[in-house]
Design a protein around this ligand. Structure first.
Ligand code: IMP
Length: 412
């Protein structure tokens, strides 16, 4: 019933991509699909992502390993487009190990991915503090993402293929510049020690993931691409400059993994039934006051990495249409529909006039949809809302989330 790569689709890989500003709840659909895939791959970004994973009955936030990593049959790939903070990765590996899961033998880390050092995090924080003073803070996660991608683009980054080398010379070369320009001190010894320790654990996982993925495809294995962040945070197509520093679209994922475009079959675009954003930047349909507060509390809208309260508002169709266009979504997963159960009036932004959102209002259903697992059992008003989104985007809504639990999903 759950579908892996649509047999009618051209390619054999499936991508799950966020269509809003992240935190759409991609983890749940990944979890449902993962059982049917042989490889789960992350392409871009770093420890700015955050998904809650339940390990041995306890909730943990994972940042680097994809949320599908608990599926013990699956090979896990961290792709070339990523920036990897090794202490965070080691922490996640350890956590799994404590729960009896040894992920290392099935973990493949691209030798082309970049190492994100502690000094990148310091730099991110310093940049953010400086911007905040001038009222132009981006509200980054302070995980060093921007500075690590800066180094990569400036061609002074250090890639994972060098994990077993002594990097003291390269890091010392950076030390003076950073000290002079930012007053930031790189602790070269500590960084080197950390890389050395990490190498003992993960050096055997560092490999040519492009060749690995290609070999997987040749042997007809199925690959699930787990998008990180989301389309409106994309460095090119997002709400620049209030974006992250990587390419978060399906094209970015292909680039980040070194997969050819024709490998893509299914692109599942994930959108909340409303909308949230962490960090600064335009949010035309943001709702303040009681309604915004209610959405935040009902939806548990607090950042999983930074714990910041997420800004909440209504779904904005033009953004969803644009994301579907950029990613070529073959279907949508609308998540957290049940969060809207208590809304008398549900608004959907359909356009913009003089800098303000233009809305279409829908009558709410005012009853619980929590856990509803068949479309026919959804209240009529909820069906009207779903069908409007479907009609306006031209993309079929195949999955509808109605709660946190595994079964709490309508599949159409
Ligand atoms: P950075 O990726 O840490 O540089 O942050 C840039 C912007 O992207 C900030 O507004 C962050 O809040 C946002 N962001 C980065 N990663 C995520 C994510 O996984 N979910 C939601 N927002 C994110």
């Amino acid at each position: 019933m759950l579908m892996k790569a649509n047999s009618a689709a051209v390619g054999d890989c499936t991508a799950v991509i966020g269509t809003q500003w992240g935190d759409e709840g991609k983890g749940k659909i990944i979890d449902m699909l993962a059982a049917e895939y042989d490889v789960i791959a992350r392409a871009c970004g770093g420890a700015n992502a955050g998904h809650t994973i339940v390990v041995a009955g306890k909730k943990h936030v994972f940042r680097l390993l994809p949320s599908g990593c608990l599926h013990e049959h699956a090979q896990i790939v961290l792709g070339s487009g990523m920036v990897i903070h090794l202490p965070t990765l080691i922490e996640e590996i350890d956590l799994l190990r404590q729960a009896g899961i040894d992920i290392v033998p099935r973990l493949k880390i691209s030798h082309e991915a970049h190492i994100l050092f502690d000094f990148h995090k310091l730099l991110d924080g310093a940049n953010e503090d400086h911007r905040a003073k001038t009222g132009k803070g981006i509200g980054t996660t302070r995980r060093g993402i921007g500075p690590a991608y800066c180094d990569k683009a400036a061609r002074i980054g250090i890639r994972m293929e060098r994990i077993s080398e002594n990097l003291a010379e390269d890091l010392s070369a950076r030390k003076d510049t950073l000290q002079r320009a930012y007053g930031i001190t790189i602790d070269v010894d500590a960084e080197c020690r950390c890389i050395e320790e990490s190498a003992k654990i993960v050096a055997s996982s560092v490999t040519d993931t492009v060749a690995f993925l290609s070999a997987m495809r040749s042997s007809r294995k199925h690959i699930l691409i787990e998008g990180a962040q989301a389309t409106l945070l994309d460095i090119d197509h997002g709400t620049y400059p209030y974006v992250t520093s990587s390419s978060t679209t399906v094209a970015g994922a292909l680039q980040g993994l070194g997969l050819p475009p024709q490998c893509i079959g299914e692109v599942i675009g994930v959108a909340k039934a409303y909308c949230t954003r962490v960090g600064a930047g335009d949010f035309l349909t943001e709702v303040q006051g009681e309604t915004g507060e209610r959405l935040r509390e009902r939806g548990g809208e607090y950042g999983s990495v930074t714990k910041r309260p997420r800004r909440c508002g209504w779904l904005f169709l033009p953004d969803l249409q644009r994301s579907a266009m950029i990613n070529g979504c073959t279907c949508l997963n609308i998540t957290k529909l049940d969060v809207l159960d208590t809304e008398e009036v549900i608004r959907i932004g359909v356009g913009e006039s003089q800098g303000k959102a233009v809305y279409k209002d829908f009558a709410g259903w005012m009853c619980s949809t929590a856990g509803v697992a068949s479309y026919e059992r959804l209240p009529k008003n909820a069906q009207v809302l779903i069908e409007c989104i479907e009609m306006e985007t031209g993309v079929p809504i195949r999955y509808i989330g109605t709660g946190q639990g595994r079964g709490e999903m309508i599949i159409r």
